[in-house]
Design a binder for this molecule. Structure first.
Ligand SMILES: Cc1ncc(COP(=O)(O)O)c(C=O)c1O
Length: 461
């Protein structure tokens, strides 16, 4: 692809199509009521453009489908496992590869084995399942992103970086024995899909290792992070994405991965580790809850799809198109006056609902109110990343709000074309024009963990 052309062209042609359904405003109103104003409860068929997540929603390539046909479904020692293991080792270099059915299974197995009650796990920003699994193990998940990462309007090339001084202070305050691992999430999903620089990965690794603490990378979007490093960090402009990824992982002791993102697969994940004893303990738990170590809850054909996906995700044309098309949406929203997290992340554009809906207090979930409005206006499903996801209910019935109130417009990989995105821009511009009339919401039902998935809400008068 010649980067001097202005038009983004998808580096693929379409071979199979899937119809999408147009709905009426009345239909959407009824669907919202039935879903308790929680977009997770909608029937996907009632959604025109689904930007809920980039997780498992991507389109697979002809090569991936072809590889699936030759998947080896042997219970033990599957050829497809060894192909997957080789693909992971080529990029990440860790000695042990443990397949799991998705990212959170890798997290649960790792934390059940390595994290004890009363311990603290620092991260730039924990993703919600990571946080929940650490808290379920009785430990504290502590977010140490740089201050710029908490301010949606501030421009910084690597807003996902960890605050190195805060990490040092945390280690001094908590004590080495109570920190089983330091984590870095690439890119930083909950903080706006923002990348972490190579210099920061290196420095975090150095600090952790000085204290004998392992560094574990949440690698969901490692390829997108590698592309940002190539674009924005001195010394990387001529390096291949694979080389950059290899350097990132060389500073770490292991990773958790949801292959539903930069594995370009619809399901799957893995845990990769260098520590032999820990890997053995994790494999024992894997056998108990996921499956034999050479499939870990995946079919042989899933492992083929991931192995092939890990190769394709590091192709330069793919990454250039991927990151450029996300920036295209961001630039168009800014042009119509919608406040977003700047600069845009790799897999998503985050609308700053706190800035857009200043009349709705965090206790009335402004980001959720905005997400509901995007569906009401044009059948677009986005996701709230704000107080509904991260607010902390207090014993007196009040709630500590989340730091940010964001609506994430997540772009599935290789699925929507530029005209789909142009429609999204038009819908959001219309909602923005009538933003003062939007009302907040109240939660009427919630679960004790990860409440945003199942909560029911009602509009406030
Ligand atoms: C940064 C990050 N970590 C972990 C996960 C969990 O992965 P999975 O959904 O495959 O369980 C996700 C999923 O969205 C994620 O974005």
């Amino acid at each position: 692809m010649d980067p001097s052309f202005r038009t983004i062209i998808e580096p693929f042609r379409v071979k199979t199509v899937e119809q999408i359904k147009f709905t009426t405003p009345d239909h959407r109103e009824e669907a919202l009521r039935e879903a308790g104003y929680n977009l997770f409860a909608l029937h996907a068929e009632d959604v025109l453009i689904d930007l809920l997540t980039d997780s498992g929603t991507g389109a697979m390539s002809a090569k991936q489908w072809g590889a699936m046909m030759i998947g080896d479904e042997s219970y033990a020692g599957s050829r497809s496992f060894y192909r997957l293991e080789a693909a992971i080792k080529n990029i990440m270099g860790f000695s042990h590869v443990i397949p799991t059915h998705q990212g959170r299974a890798a997290e649960r197995i790792l934390f059940s084995s390595a994290v004890k009650r009363g311990q603290v796990v620092p991260n730039n920003t924990h993703f919600d399942t990571t946080r929940a699994n650490i808290e379920y193990a009785g430990a504290e998940a502590r977010d140490l992103v740089i201050p710029e990462g908490r301010q949606p309007g501030v421009i910084h090339p690597f807003k996902g970086n960890m605050d190195l001084e805060a990490l040092r202070q945390t280690i001094a305050e908590v004590g080495v024995e109570r920190i089983p691992m330091v984590m870095l999430t690439l890119t930083n999903n909950s903080g706006g899909g923002q990348p972490v620089s190579m210099a920061n990965v290196r420095a975090v690794s150095q600090i952790a290792h000085e204290h004998g603490i392992p560094l574990i990378i949440d690698a969901c979007r490692f390829a997108e992070n590698s592309w940002f490093i190539r674009q924005r960090e001195e010394g990387y402009a001529d390096k291949a994405p694979l080389e950059i990824a290899q350097e990132i992982f060389s500073y770490a002791d292991g990773c958790t991965m949801s292959a539903k993102k930069d594995g370009l697969a619809n399901i799957g994940g893995f845990l990769a580790l260098n520590d032999d004893a820990l890997a053995q303990e994790c494999r024992n738990l894997l056998i108990l809850t996921e499956g034999f170590p050479t499939y870990g809850g995946l079919a042989g054909y899933d492992m083929e799809a991931i192995a092939q996906g890990l190769e394709e995700v590091l192709e330069e044309d793919y990454l250039r198109y991927r990151i450029r098309s996300t920036a295209y949406l961001a630039e168009a929203l800014q042009a119509v006056g919608v406040p977003i997290v700047e600069p845009p992340g790799g897999h998503a554009v985050y609308i700053d609902a706190k800035a857009m809906l200043q009349h709705i207090p965090p206790a009335h979930y402004p980001a959720q109110a905005l997400a509901v409005e995007l569906y009401r206006e044009g059948g677009i499903r986005a996701v709230e990343i704000g107080s509904m996801m991260f607010g902390k209910p207090q014993p007196d019935g009040s709630e500590t709000p989340a730091v940010l109130e964001l609506v994430r417009l997540t772009i599935p990989r290789r699925v929507y074309t530029q005209s789909h995105i142009d429609y999204v821009i038009e819908v959001i511009a219309r909602v923005n024009a009538r933003r003062d009339s939007i009302r907040g919401l109240r939660i009427t039902h919630q679960a004790p963990f990860l409440r945003h998935f199942t909560a029911r809400l009602e509009p406030l008068a």
